[in-house]
Design a protein around this ligand. Sequence first.
Ligand SMILES: NC(=O)c1ccc[n+]([C@@H]2O[C@H](COP(=O)([O-])OP(=O)(O)OC[C@H]3O[C@@H](n4cnc5c(N)ncnc54)[C@H](O)[C@@H]3O)[C@@H](O)[C@H]2O)c1
Length: 394
Amino acid sequence: MVNQDTPELGVGLVGYAFMGATHSHAWRTAPRFFDLPLRPRLAALAGRDRTAVRAAAERMGWAAVETDWRALIARDDVQLVDICTPGDTHAEIALAALEAGKHVLCEKPLANSVAEAEAMAAAAEKARERGLRAMVGFSYRRVPAVALARQMVAEGRLGTIRHVRAVYLQDWITDPEFPLTWRLRKERAGSGALGDIGAHIVDLTQFVTGQLITGVSGLTETFVRERPLPQAAAGLSATGGEERGEVTVDDAALFFGRLSGGALASFEATRFASGRKNAMRIEINGSLGSLAFDFESMNELLFHDETLPAREAGFRRILATEPTHPYAGAWWPPGHGLGYDHTFVHQAKDLVEAIAEERDAEPTFADGLRVQRVLAAVEASAADRSVWTPVPGA
Ligand SMILES: NC(=O)c1ccc[n+]([C@@H]2O[C@H](COP(=O)([O-])OP(=O)(O)OC[C@H]3O[C@@H](n4cnc5c(N)ncnc54)[C@H](O)[C@@H]3O)[C@@H](O)[C@H]2O)c1
């Protein structure tokens, strides 16, 4: 089905662990299910260890390898640089790639600080004049049920939005012996649960409602302050040694805020919700109805239509697998659900289309900066008795 006459888009990817694998799958799969205007070519994969990056490239379908991301950016057969590394590298790689005239897909959160995110958004704006696109990997926007929720809000089915209730619950570090991997170190990750998973519910809230978070009050906590240093760092599953080190990020973050359209919103991001693996949930209540989504049932969107007579109203389950639902028509017959990996395929598809059609690839770096400003406001508030903290520019 892939049309060999379609012009190629050479992709170069940095990092080959968790996100590297999901993005590799996405680049391979997108042109096989969607009729794309450009054909992604898995040109080169960059890592620091030659043997390991070679093995990863072979396994995931990359044509060549580099052991320095600068060499990847310099390659003539790379037109798009895909950044799947920890946050402390995002700004440097993205700025260099845009400068070199490459499109960029950068994993979330956009950066480790507002200053970095501002520099990246400014560079992306400049690069836009040269026809370059820069997108942030807020992949949950691409769940069909979430994209449907946004459509329904935009169509006015919920009326005036009064409440947003968003949580992102995980439990992978409840064991105090879980080692001090990069996600638990501020200098590498920027923040903890807040920037890692809180960033997703901030973006999701702004995406689904079309409103910005204008101010926040926050609380953060680090329950386990020392952990064993990792022996072998293997992403979310690693083993610890004898020596211990300080945890320098939050384990959990709670905050509430106001939206630009007048709604009240509450948020909770934690890695300590025992039994909750990847429970990203959002509920929106409006004057005409409500919507509720839970990633652990990702093919479903619950909708309550307040305009129905009370005797027959109530939440009903929309199975977001119809050809009329966003993205779903490219896949399986109705009811044959999609999974986590599909969101990255949709992300690749949307980016390729935006590049070919010479329009912004959303979420843009400016959207990523808006999220970063909310995260920074939560941190500032939490550090100062949860004082109300406006979000600049919102
Ligand atoms: N969209 C999502 O839902 C989602 C999910 C998980 C992670 N992420 C984001 O993706 C990014 C990566 O997370 P991950 O879970 O894949 O981490 P990971 O630890 O699984 O992988 C990180 C990779 O980056 C490589 N790396 C680190 N520094 C490097 C450097 N200087 N040069 C080259 N390679 C380098 C590592 O070797 C590894 O291959 C983070 O920003 C994270 O927040 C997004």
